[in-house]
Design a protein around this ligand. Structure first.
Ligand code: ZN
Length: 151
């Protein structure tokens, strides 16, 4: 999934979770702060790809992760989410970033490549709904429209 798709799904996740789980700590923050953190979190998982937006900004981290774990390795797993939780702590800011990272996993889960959710167990889990650029556009555009309607 590309950058725009991840940002669209992160926006949708932020808006939908406000209705489903309004007691999440990130909703204590202003949406003007929480939403950018969610979007940042949605980019973090692709730090394992030196050509990604976040990877280009953090090449000194991106290349070692890519060489050791590969793309869509450890950073696309529940272990990565647990590490974020451990290192960022339990606060509204961390919550927003972790929710964003979780939406990234959801987005890549919807592609044929899937994600190694239970890393280091390398089986990839997938629900291949997004199989080509057109279906990715439809999913992204739908996520943006629904986000806007709920907002
Ligand atoms: Zn990814």
């Amino acid at each position: 999934m590309n950058l725009h798709g991840h940002l669209a799904i992160a926006s949708l996740g932020y808006v939908m979770l406000e209705y489903a789980v309004p007691w999440l700590p990130m909703y204590q923050l202003s949406p003007l702060l929480a939403l950018p953190l969610v979007l940042l979190g949605a980019l973090l998982c692709d730090v394992d790809h030196p050509e990604s937006t976040i990877g280009r900004l953090c090449l000194f981290i991106s290349w070692p992760i890519r060489i050791i774990f590969g793309h869509r390795g450890i950073t696309h797993s529940l272990l990565a989410i647990l590490c974020l939780w451990y290192f960022l702590g339990s606060n509204p800011y961390a919550c927003a970033i972790i929710i964003g990272a979780s939406t990234h996993l959801l987005g890549d889960f919807l592609t044929p490549s899937g994600i190694p959710l239970l890393y280091p167990y390398r089986k990839r889990y997938r629900l291949a709904l997004i199989t080509n650029p057109f279906s990715e556009f439809i999913v992204s555009a739908s996520a943006i429209v629904v986000s806007y309607l709920y907002w």
